[in-house]
Write a protein that binds this ligand. Structure first.
Ligand SMILES: *Cc1c(COP(=O)(O)O)cnc(C)c1O
Length: 219
């Protein structure tokens, strides 16, 4: 059971970390993947409005359970942050506030069909590791253009940092920031529990944080 008081404490510590890195204004997206509704409720009670999930099924289950239960007032703004499958988009189209992981034109087209005008981020594989999603950096501008052509609102770019030490993630974050600047995109979703300071130093406007708020993930 995730305790609201504990999450509130951890959020305080998290904001201090961000602040020391120069990120007082950075938006925190609380990643509840792997946790239950207790984590969702604790995050909402701590004042977190934006929550992230990696799997369509889990996101839908949580959103549905919340609206059915006595905690319906706690419905957050849901961010989809995981590998997106085209055939899952329809199911969650009504509940997703920001699609953070658009990494190919077919996904942009399907989102545009199911949620016309939706806000999205284009995910870029700046670490060049594959496996975590993201288009190749050479394809970023093209995918941003395609997404706009189908009527989506491209708010910015997203990336998962390279594994290793936080410093190993810096060059990729820097590349993402420079691509966003070249394309005139305001939002930069980068940085997780391990590398959020480096991400903030490189210009993150949004960090996606699970472990630092909820502890180690179950299963
Ligand atoms: C799991 C996950 C996070 C959060 O990771 P933590 O290390 O627990 O903070 C952020 N972004 C994505 C894409 C994830 O899959």
């Amino acid at each position: 059971m995730i305790s609201p008081a504990e999450v509130a404490d951890r959020l305080g510590a998290l904001r201090e970390r961000l602040s020391r890195a120069g990120g007082d204004q950075v938006q925190v997206v609380a990643v509840t993947k792997g946790f239950g509704l207790d984590a969702v409720a604790a995050a909402r009670e701590a004042g977190l409005t934006d929550l992230g999930e990696n799997y369509a099924q889990d996101l839908l289950a949580k959103a549905t359970e919340l609206s059915a239960g006595s905690e319906s007032g706690l419905q957050p703004r849901w961010h989809f942050i995981g590998r997106l499958q085209r055939n899952k988009i329809r199911k969650i189209a009504d509940v997703v506030h920001l699609w953070q992981s658009v990494d190919r034109p077919e996904l942009a087209a399907e989102i545009a069909k199911r949620a016309p005008g939706a806000r999205v981020l284009v995910q870029v594989d700046v670490a060049g590791i594959g496996g975590r999603g993201g288009c190749a950096p050479d394809d970023t501008a093209g995918l941003v253009g395609r997404s706009r052509e189908v009527g989506l609102e491209v708010a910015g770019l997203m990336a998962v940092g390279a594994p290793g030490s936080p410093e190993d993630a810096r060059p990729g974050f820097r590349l993402l920031a420079s691509q966003a600047q070249d394309l005139g995109l305001a939002e930069l979703s980068m940085g997780m529990t391990a590398d959020m300071e480096v991400a903030v130093e490189e210009g993150a406007t949004m960090v996606r944080v699970g472990t630092a708020l909820f502890g180690p993930r179950p299963r």
